[in-house]
Write a protein that binds this ligand. Structure first.
Ligand code: PLP
Length: 276
């Protein structure tokens, strides 16, 4: 497949990464995952807004304008003939001998590539089982950085326990999942953690909240507890690759009747309409 690496379109085999890349030493970089439907980037503007916010927060000067990046990603999609899948885009602070201070004069290293990925129709239909795991991350989870070790540990812990994904909580307050946001429905109202520093501000989360408001479904952006989750009428996760996927079991307990609820189904339909 064709990669975009430091401004060039080259074969994956020809990508040469420095052992001094700060992405390896420090996880010193940021990324985005864009969804591609019918060959086009979905919600590009929201992803780029988050990319810029993270780059500013990490004090990494993006080496291209957003317009240039978008054009190059579109060219990458074309060169790879991608119809349905994702584009992964990453910037690290650059390559320099290992030392904590920002290096003088090191240029950010850019990489992007495409992956074919069908919509997760089976999981969206049947729902997933989740496992609650303490959220041991830092206090800027709103930045989409390369530091994903707590996320990978949580995901593996959930898989080892026989679940599909991890629901993270800080002292009993649910934040989000290992690679998605989570919402519950109680008494007809959608509850989800506010978009503060403790969660990633999911692009899909934003779309789903907009769809809920358009459908006149009450929404409260307020933290909820693991107990409220276990006693919820419905629960679902949102994300670029999972779209709107029901959570039907948590820690071995069924959520309500143990299948997807009516609000979840309605939002799935509304979401599907946005990608057509
Ligand atoms: N939360 C985390 C920790 C994530 O890694 C992601 C990424 O997919 C999300 C939430 C969902 O964000 P988005 O809807 O922008 O994909």
């Amino acid at each position: 497949s064709v990669y975009w690496y430091n401004g060039e379109f080259i074969a994956k085999e020809d990508v040469r990464i420095s052992p001094d890349d700060r992405g390896y030493y420090f996880g010193d970089g940021l990324y985005e995952v864009f969804r591609v439907y019918a060959g086009r980037i979905y919600e590009a503007e929201a992803h780029f807004e988050r990319l810029v916010r993270t780059a500013d927060g990490l004090r990494i000067a993006l080496p291209y304008t957003i317009e240039a990046i978008q054009q190059l990603l579109e060219e990458l999609i074309g060169r790879n003939g991608l119809q349905e899948g994702t584009v992964y885009l990453q910037f690290t602070r650059g390559a320099a001998p290992r030392s904590h201070p920002f290096p003088q004069g090191a240029a950010p290293v850019t990489m992007a590539y495409c992956t074919e990925l069908p919509r997760p129709l089976a999981a969206m239909e049947r729902g997933i089982a989740a496992v609650t795991v303490p959220d041991i991350r830092w206090l800027r989870c709103d930045f989409k950085t390369l530091n994903l070790l707590p996320n990978t540990l949580a995901k593996q812990q959930a898989l080892d326990a026989g679940g599909d994904d991890a629901i993270l909580h800080r002292s009993g307050t649910v934040t989000e999942c290992s690679a998605s946001n989570i919402m519950i429905v109680r008494g007809g109202t959608i509850l989800t953690h506010p978009a503060d520093n403790l969660i990633l501000h999911g692009v899909t989360r934003g779309v789903v909240l907009r769809l809920a408001r358009e459908a006149a479904i009450p929404v409260e952006e307020r933290p909820f507890t693991v107990d409220e989750l276990l006693g919820a009428d419905e629960a679902f996760i949102t994300g670029t690759t999972v779209e709107v996927t029901p959570v039907v079991r948590v820690d071995g307990h069924a959520i309500a009747a143990g299948d997807a609820g009516p609000v979840t189904r309605r939002l799935q339909e509304a979401f599907a309409a946005t990608i057509r």
